[in-house]
Design a protein around this ligand. Structure first.
Ligand SMILES: Cc1cc2nc3c(=O)[nH]c(=O)nc-3n(C[C@H](O)[C@H](O)[C@H](O)COP(=O)(O)O)c2cc1C
Length: 359
């Protein structure tokens, strides 16, 4: 076979496998295939063909690039045209190609991998083990790119429920940010005065409201994946029936999940902390772990809790800015809260609670 023919065959195969890898990648993304082997092998084939092609034509490509570079710099051109400088590639190119592949393989192997400590008798602290275990290595970061996971729905919806549209939260001018930061405290004494619907609307907007056209929200989120859902348990808000609601982020609305006085249940689920029953509203923050896991895998638990913290602080500052009191609650019975919200505690679980009331 002539060299030119081989080049054409290689380039055509490269283009076809590249196009197939792109298309299968799109299909995998569209349907959320976790491990789409047809995509993976097409990608490997394309990479192998590219390597062979570069091995055969490396010299020609480098000469061409060098020539273009010189031309761009407007330095005097070499008298010999590029075509004439090109020498057919021989054993040297194969060796260089092979060496490059070997170096790539060795570097890939040698890059610090994730630290996966074996459970040791020295520690019984799962958090410590998890923290060590979830440290990424460089090879892990590269691996994430090729790891297609199943991405769940971005928005939780309860279509069968009654929807309550919330007033526009924008335009309110409360305390300055500096004043809110300077005066924020965890407040556990609330008066019997309820919250207004406007106040509740501003709190939800500060926590998770959509603040940019692309769907970006008030609190930051790793990869803009937004794993946290907000469930306000309303005790005393003007114009709202007491009960359990879900915040529909897209519509900036509430969905009524369960009507009724949930004060006793909330206090019981929070290890008897009575002030949760005096608050106007208690915000339960749940995490839908898979929303983050499909991309960040073992980093998920870190990110999800960090994000709950961001949302909690926004709630604190928004409440302070409006003259309300807020308190974070981390001491609660997980299963009781999960049962209250009717979430399974595994795929979706309560991770944080914030009470807000009038002071
Ligand atoms: C993660 C976390 C969990 C908390 N859990 C509780 C709780 O269960 N009950 C409570 O009364 N306060 C709780 N707090 C509030 C802290 O007690 C409070 O932030 C701390 O005493 C400092 O006071 P300050 O917030 O007024 O600055 C929690 C705070 C955080 C950040």
């Amino acid at each position: 076979m002539r060299r030119k023919d081989l080049d054409y065959i290689l380039i055509t195969a490269m283009l076809l496998s590249g196009a197939y890898a792109t298309l299968s990648g799109l299909v995998a993304d569209l349907f959320g295939f976790p491990q789409f082997f047809l995509h993976r092998y097409a990608g490997y084939l394309c990479a192998a063909l590219t390597l062979v092609h570069f091995t055969l034509n490396g010299r020609r490509i480098t000469l061409y690039l060098r020539h273009r570079w010189r031309k761009a710099e407007q330095t005097p051109r070499t008298s010999t045209p590029v075509r004439e400088q090109v020498r057919p590639s021989g054993r040297r190119q194969f060796l260089i190609g092979g060496a490059a592949a070997a170096v790539g393989f060795i570097v890939g192997r040698a890059l610090p991998a994730r630290v996966r400590p074996q459970p040791s008798l020295d520690t019984t602290d799962l958090g410590e083990l998890y923290h060590q275990w979830s440290k990424p290595g460089y090879s892990h970061i590269l691996g994430v790119v090729s790891d297609w996971g199943e991405r769940p729905e971005q928005y939780r919806a309860y279509p069968e429920t009654q929807k309550i549209t919330l007033p526009d939260p924008r335009g309110y001018r409360g305390l300055s940010l500096e004043e809110a930061i300077g005066t924020r405290r965890s407040i556990r004494n609330y008066t019997t005065v309820g919250l207004s619907l406007e106040e509740l609307s501003r709190l939800l907007y500060a926590a998770q409201g959509i603040t940019a056209r692309q769907g970006l929200r008030a609190s930051p989120s790793a990869g803009a994946l937004y794993p946290i859902e907000l469930y306000p348990v309303v005790h005393n808000v003007a114009g709202l029936e007491p009960g359990l609601y879900h915040y529909a982020v897209r519509e900036h609305a509430l969905e009524l999940l369960r009507q009724g006085d949930l004060r006793a249940a909330v206090v019981k689920a929070s290890l008897g902390q009575g002030f949760l029953g005096q608050a106007g509203v208690c915000f339960a923050l749940t995490a839908l772990f898979q929303r983050t896991r499909w991309r960040y895998r073992e980093r998920t638990y870190r990110y999800v809790l960090l994000e709950a913290g961001h949302i909690g602080q926004n709630l604190y500052l928004a409440a302070t800015s409006m003259g309300l009191g807020a308190c974070a609650i981390g001491a609660f019975l997980d299963d009781e809260w999960n049962n209250l919200l009717q979430v399974d505690g595994v795929t979706e679980a309560v991770v944080y609670v914030i009470s807000v009331g009038s002071t």
